[in-house]
Design a protein. Structure first.
Length: 278
């Protein structure tokens, strides 16, 4: 993935060093990247951290969020955006609304900020930003992809492969990196264990083959409802070719109170960073 990156980062990006090493010095290329996991796998926290750090250091970013019951709604914006709090992001319903912030959070507005809505309004949004001497957005996050492409449907509905292909193609045409969450539904007997590759191939295989790839966030709890304050998780990257050589596995620690991922300096992470940067 790193060889396709086309612009230098000017600072740390995601805040997880091993993931930074995987993304490379030039950052993510234009296109669609999926973040997959079960409904309790902290996908929203992961993509909000990605949004948070990227917007703080680098570019204007758009965060489109649809789960009305989730604690990432506008009323909880301050606590939802990690260590930067409310100073970074501000909810806006329209691109023409005035704001002094570099990060734009689009949620719960009428009409809903779907993929089609954003595709239609992006030129206007870019024009407004240019008039205010702000950079054009380089990162768009859809949380979730299902509601972005099929508004009104809830978790469990199917995303069409054509939808994935369309978002990916649009992202490339616009020079955008689009990060979008996708739900995985493990069999009940699986609980909160790490899903097998065979299951992932069945669940998201057709999607992964039509975008830049997928990061899969996995819990590994002995007991489903028993959660430590800081929980060790696994972050796997699945390459579009499903090549094991291109896939990686990163150990990450999730702080439930801060809703923030950190990169433990485990031997596995040390070896992977050396491999990625060497």
């Amino acid at each position: 993935m790193a060889e396709r990156f086309n612009e230098p980062w000017r600072a740390a990006n995601i805040g997880v060093p091993t993931l930074d090493a995987h993304l490379g010095l030039k950052g993510p290329p234009p296109g669609l990247i999926l973040v997959a996991g079960t409904p309790i796998a902290q996908k929203s926290a992961f993509v909000s951290q990605w949004f948070n750090v990227t917007a703080h250091y680098l570019h204007t970013a758009l965060f489109c969020h649809y789960e009305l019951s989730d604690n990432l709604g506008p009323a909880q914006l301050h606590s939802a955006f990690g260590q930067y709090g409310g100073q970074l992001a501000k909810p806006v319903a329209r691109p023409e609304q005035s704001t002094d912030h570099c990060a734009y959070y689009l949620a719960d507005v009428q009409p809903t900020v779907t993929f089609d809505y954003l595709r239609q309004k992006l030129p206007l949004f870019q024009q407004v930003l240019a008039e205010r001497r702000q950079t054009a957005p380089r990162l768009v996050i859809f949380d979730t992809l299902l509601q972005a492409v099929r508004p009104g449907l809830h978790s469990g509905a199917v995303i069409g492969v054509d939808n994935v292909r369309q978002v990916h193609r649009w992202a490339i045409e616009q020079g955008l990196t689009v990060v979008a969450t996708v739900d995985l539904f493990l069999p009940t007997r699986q609980g909160a264990k790490i899903p097998e590759m065979k299951f992932l191939q069945s669940a998201i295989g057709p999607y992964v083959q039509n975008c830049l790839g997928a990061y899969v966030l996995s819990l590994n709890r002995p007991e489903l409802l028993r959660v430590a304050p800081v929980e060790r998780m696994q972050l796997r990257f699945i390459d579009p070719s499903w090549s094991m050589a291109a896939s990686i596995s990163i150990d990450v620690d999730f702080n439930h109170e801060r809703r923030w991922f950190q990169d433990p300096d485990t031997p596995a992470n040390q070896r992977l960073r050396a491999q990625l940067t060497g």
